[in-house]
Design a protein around this ligand. Structure first.
Ligand SMILES: C[S@@+](CC[C@H](N)C(=O)[O-])C[C@H]1O[C@@H](n2cnc3c(N)ncnc32)[C@H](O)[C@@H]1O
Length: 278
């Protein structure tokens, strides 16, 4: 990230009032939930880089905080992955105390990430929110993966997290069936982890019952990072074990097809147009 530190600004773009003891209320803090994109700095928005540079405090899951350049005087509150709501409450407390807080989150913060935890914590906070609040969007993994492949999510699509940490597997299964019968292209987040190696196998079993074996499938791993790997295959031949926590899995609709691109490159097209059913 190359953005230089900037003066803290309020949401209206004006500098905060000078601190004058006894001259009025404590200076308002700011709480921004910031999307870092899926990996490379080139996919970090300028707005996000400015917010991170201006923050007095960075709050987030350790690998995401580690992606932000260290700045003198900036306090880094890095925590473990499974404490999202505590992290959100900590960020609110800091903002209420007048700090300028950036909660950093991978990809887009609104997609299976910290914005939901922060808004939930705000919703259950008994005190009024007296600080600036903003969610700054980022490039989500499904956008990055779809872009690498051309237009894999060019028509109607849905995003499903295959993790059953926060919802029962029966709900995941119901949504997979709905997505398949609705003929959506699909983006699967959190397809597998060491603790959850089986969900992706169960998900493919559901899809194989409901969709053609020729349906294009892509495993997009570590998109935008040095170890990026893309595999395009079919539903019949896809090897679910290929997916790990760094993988975004794309499954086509009945309209999705392969296109040979410049230099023989394989592209995926989910067209925007769908013919009327007869
Ligand atoms: C907790 S979710 C966070 C998603 C994030 N908020 C976003 O918008 O991309 C983590 C999952 O996102 C996907 N993911 C994140 N970064 C990725 C990347 N660079 N390449 C492929 N998949 C990625 C993986 O499926 C991973 O298990």
């Amino acid at each position: 990230m190359s953005a230089a530190p900037t003066e803290p600004k309020t949401a209206t773009g004006t500098p905060p009032e000078a601190e004058m003891p006894g001259a009025g209320p404590a200076p308002a803090g700011r709480l921004a939930v910031v999307g870092l994109g899926p990996g490379p700095d080139a996919w970090l928005t300028g707005e996000a880089a400015d917010e991170i540079a201006a923050a007095t405090d960075l709050v987030g899951y350790l690998p995401y905080v580690a992606r932000c350049p260290e700045r003198p005087g900036q306090v880094r509150h890095a925590s473990d992955n499974r404490v999202e709501i505590n992290r959100a409450r900590q960020a609110i407390a800091l903002a209420r105390a007048g700090r300028r807080v950036a909660v950093v989150s991978g990809g887009d913060p609104g997609v299976f990430a910290m914005a939901a935890a922060v808004v939930e914590a705000i919703g259950t906070d008994p005190q009024p929110a007296d600080y600036d609040f903003a969610v700054l969007p980022g490039v989500s993994a499904m956008q990055a993966a779809a872009a690498r492949l051309g237009a894999a999510l060019g028509g109607d699509f849905c995003a499903i997290s295959l993790s059953d940490n926060l919802k029962p597997w029966s709900v995941v299964e119901k949504r997979l069936v709905a997505a398949a019968t609705g003929d959506f292209a699909m983006a699967f987040y959190n397809p597998a982890s060491k603790a959850r190696p089986d969900g992706i196998h169960a998900a493919f079993a559901v899809l194989r019952r409901l969709k053609a074996g020729t349906t294009p499938v892509a495993f997009a791993r570590a998109v935008g990072r040095p170890d990026e790997a893309m595999v395009v295959t079919t539903l019949a031949e896809a090897e679910p074990a290929r997916a790990d926590m760094a993988t975004l899995v794309l499954v086509g609709s009945s309209q999705t097809r392969l296109v040979t691109g410049p230099g023989g490159r394989t592209l995926l097209l989910t067209p925007r147009s769908v013919e009327a059913e007869r």
